[in-house]
Design a binder for this molecule. Structure first.
Ligand code: ACM
Length: 741
């Protein structure tokens, strides 16, 4: 009996330690089986390595604090009884690896140096998120989902020194990101030494104002390397080569981007002969009618290819205005001589010509999705940034695609509520949204899905003047993207991810990374049942295992308010307040008003349609009870590029005391308040009587994200139909709900 109890206790203890979750690796490996026990390492631990993995062995030794003299060649057929073994196995699969951690030894098996590096990075993460000197026993097998896992850094709008680029590459490698797309040229500064064109870096790499904003909204003048008042910088070819070599040692390919034919203002500031004739000021688009443009680009790309061994050479291709080409005699002659239809085909001509040059040198052209316009060059790969559309189109044409849609991959957007954040370009992309990204578009047929090679995050740096700020914008969002790109999507789980991120935050602190801390904001997520007039509520935060307390009576949550453990239901109109509690106090209070107003679930007639890009929840949007959040891309904000003109049918004539609707303004992307809202009432749906008007008082020049509720109060009015008319100022109107009492 006693021995049975002892056995049961032993089994319980064993199960307990099995379920301890001591391994917190991100991206999540394909399979982790945690085992009892641990491998202990010290300065005496030996590392036995196949000769191909010697560089990785040295890296691992450094991370674990093992002297490099302890690295020994692994003799073929030998089986060391202890220490760390990095062993080459036969096979082709370059990035896959297996790790066995026992209390006696660690064995990493893989066919390729890249696989060895990933095994080492997994060990590095286990060590850096755990206790020094201890690696918990486990069996891990792993391989990536996508071959291309990238991050793009714009070093034109702001320049970051080579040391920072290397620090960033080290961190990216730790998270198994394998591609660094380096946006080296743009209007705000040319950043790579080109020996044949020294003025690119003595002049075009320098500008008159330190901040991009002052420069861009000012005179946009260029400076000079020797002028201490000039702001800028560049990478010498030697520095760039050093960065490429360092990246390679960390399993990262560096893809250079040299922009053409647009975003080339800085080139023409110093080489005006490359402009279109008749172009005014400093134009952004190179003249395509001018052969000198191609000679210049080919010379530059030739030097670029001597520095960067990457298969891909990125030539930009985005956002080229067509205006100057329309009036330039040389561009028009080029169109005529080549039987081109228009300026889109002219742009395509320029890309095709570069593609031919690049592919003749054994490389591949990569470009933003505008390279689809006017005809896609053969052999080119498309980076889909204006949503998924370009990626789908290119994949359907059997071209390779890298996905980088703005909604999920633009890390220059805000990641927390803008009010408390450093100024960003606009938009909103939080960690959970990045984590929710699926790179294979739902509508892409199975046979074409293999053309999606992966995805990348883009860091445009107009509003990111310092390295600390850059850290902040990249981390932790890139870690979420790394899991999206590496791990099995069937294993994706936000709560479980947060549990591993808890440990990763500690790692980032150890590495002196100025990452964006998880927010205490409680997202209150309602599921409204209009028929029952009830609402199910889920609460969510970026915190791991938070203590969330909430109220439903309008009072502020305290240490004794209801503890959130699972989804709950409230009846009728209510006010939910919720807060993450720490040491018995609330951190901040978030509120959601659930309002079963008279229009909920009613029919809405659109006198003018919504804009097709922003349908939100179509006919139900404005009367579904859901308020929009901070981003117009959340599926609750409906967009209009005309006046907004809708009629709500309340089903029967009844008293109406007020009608209101909230609008968003963020003028960067062209979203404005309406000039006014006018409400009119009808009993028959034909004859409307104006009930009142609410006029905008938010300045339409204010660049901050703002919201305004336009309310019309009605005195003693009854009606069945309510016409809600909002006058479009310019650009987009965005409305989320029309509330009727
Ligand atoms: C881009 O964001 N212009 C590619």
């Amino acid at each position: 009996m006693k021995s049975l109890i002892v056995s049961i206790c032993f089994i319980c203890l064993t199960l307990l330690s099995f379920s301890q979750n001591r391994i917190h690796v991100v991206p999540k490996p394909r399979q982790v089986i945690e085992k009892n026990g641990e491998f202990r390492y010290s300065a005496n631990t030996m590392i036995h390595t196949s000769p191909e993995f010697r560089e990785t062995a040295a890296y691992l030794a450094e991370i674990l604090g093992i002297p490099s003299k302890n690295i020994q060649p692994l003799k073929p057929g030998s089986k060391p009884a202890s220490g760390i073994v990095l062993e080459k196995t036969p096979g082709q699969d370059s990035a896959a690896y297996r790790l066995s951690i026992t209390d006696k030894k660690i064995t990493a098996l893989t066919a390729h140096p890249v696989g060895a590096l990933y095994a080492a990075q997994t060990l590095a993460q286990i060590s850096l998120t755990g206790t020094k000197g201890i690696l918990p026993c486990a069996e891990i097998s792993d391989e990536p989902r996508f071959a291309y896992r990238g991050l793009m850094l714009d070093v034109s709008r702001n320049f970051y020194p080579p040391e920072y680029v290397k620090k960033l590459l080290s961190l990216l490698s730790l998270y198994k990101i394998n591609t660094f797309h380096w946006h080296l040229t743009d209007a705000a500064g040319w950043r790579l030494e080109i020996k044949k064109y020294p003025e690119l870096t003595t002049r075009a790499a320098w500008r008159s104002s330190k901040t991009w904003k002052d420069w861009w909204f000012g005179k946009r003048e260029y400076g000079n390397e020797n002028d201490p008042k000039s702001y800028g910088g560049y990478y010498t070819q030697e520095q760039a080569r050093d960065i490429v070599a360092f990246a390679k040692s960390r399993g990262i390919t560096v893809i250079p981007e040299i922009e053409m034919p647009g975003h080339s203002d800085e080139v023409m500031a110093i080489y005006p002969h490359l402009r279109c004739d008749g172009a005014k000021g400093i134009p952004g688009e190179l003249c395509i009618g001018n052969d000198s443009t191609f000679i210049f680009m080919q010379d530059v790309i030739t030097e670029v290819m001597s520095i960067f061994p990457s298969t891909y050479i990125h030539i930009g291709g985005d956002e080229a205005g067509k205006g100057n080409w329309k009036t330039c005699s040389k561009c028009q002659k080029r169109i005529k001589d080549n039987n081109l239809k228009d300026e889109y085909e002219l742009q395509s001509y320029s890309i095709r010509r570069m593609e031919k040059f690049i592919s003749q040198k054994g490389r591949k052209l990569l470009g933003w999705d505008e390279i689809l316009e006017g005809g896609l060059a053969p052999g080119s790969t498309v980076m889909s940034w204006r949503g998924e559309r370009g990626g789908i189109e290119a994949a359907n044409m059997n071209h390779d695609v890298i996905m980088t849609p703005g909604n999920y991959c633009y890390f220059d957007k805000y990641q927390q509520e803008p009010a408390g954040e450093p100024e960003a370009i606009g938009g909103y992309l939080n960690l959970q949204k990045v984590y929710s990204y699926e790179p294979i578009p739902a509508e892409l047929e199975k046979a074409k899905q293999h053309f999606i090679k992966g995805a990348q995050a883009n860091l445009w740096t107009e509003y990111i003047p310092s390295m600390e700020h850059l850290d902040y914008m990249i981390f932790p969002r890139i870690i979420a993207l790394s899991e999206v790109l590496w791990s099995d999507p069937a294993n994706r789980n936000w709560d479980e991810f947060k549990s591993r991120m808890y440990w990763q935050y500690g790692l980032l602190q150890k590495m002196n990374v100025n990452y964006c801390r998880p927010s205490d904001k409680v997202e209150i997520m309602p599921a409204i049942d209009p028929a029952r007039k009830t609402t199910s509520i889920k609460l969510n935060t970026e915190q791991y295992k938070p203590e969330i307390r909430y109220t439903t009576d309008g009072s502020n949550p305290t240490a004794t308010s209801a503890l959130y453990t699972k989804e709950f239901e409230v009846a009728g109109s209510s006010m939910i307040k919720a807060s993450v509690m720490r040491n018995g106090s609330s951190t901040r209070i978030d509120t959601l008003l659930i309002d079963f107003h008279k229009a909920i679930g009613r029919k809405v007639i659109y006198n003018k349609p919504w804009n097709n890009s922003y349908p939100a929840q179509k006919e139900s949007t404005l009367v579904n009870g859901y308020k929009g959040t901070l981003t117009y891309q959340d599926g609750q904000w409906q967009g209009f590029t005309t006046d907004m003109d809708v009629v709500i049918d309340l089903g029967e004539t009844q008293p109406i005391s007020s009608v209101s609707g909230t609008f968003m303004q963020i003028i960067g992307p062209g979203v404005y308040m309406p000039d006014f809202v006018e409400v009119s009432i009808s009993n028959d749906g034909n004859n409307f009587v104006t009930a009142g008007k609410s006029v905008n008082d938010v300045p339409t020049t204010d660049p901050k994200l703002s919201f305004k509720t336009f309310r019309v109060n009605l005195e003693n009015l009854t009606g069945r139909y309510i016409r809600f008319y909002a006058k479009n100022h310019t650009g987009f109107l965005f409305a989320d709900e029309i509330i009727v009492y």
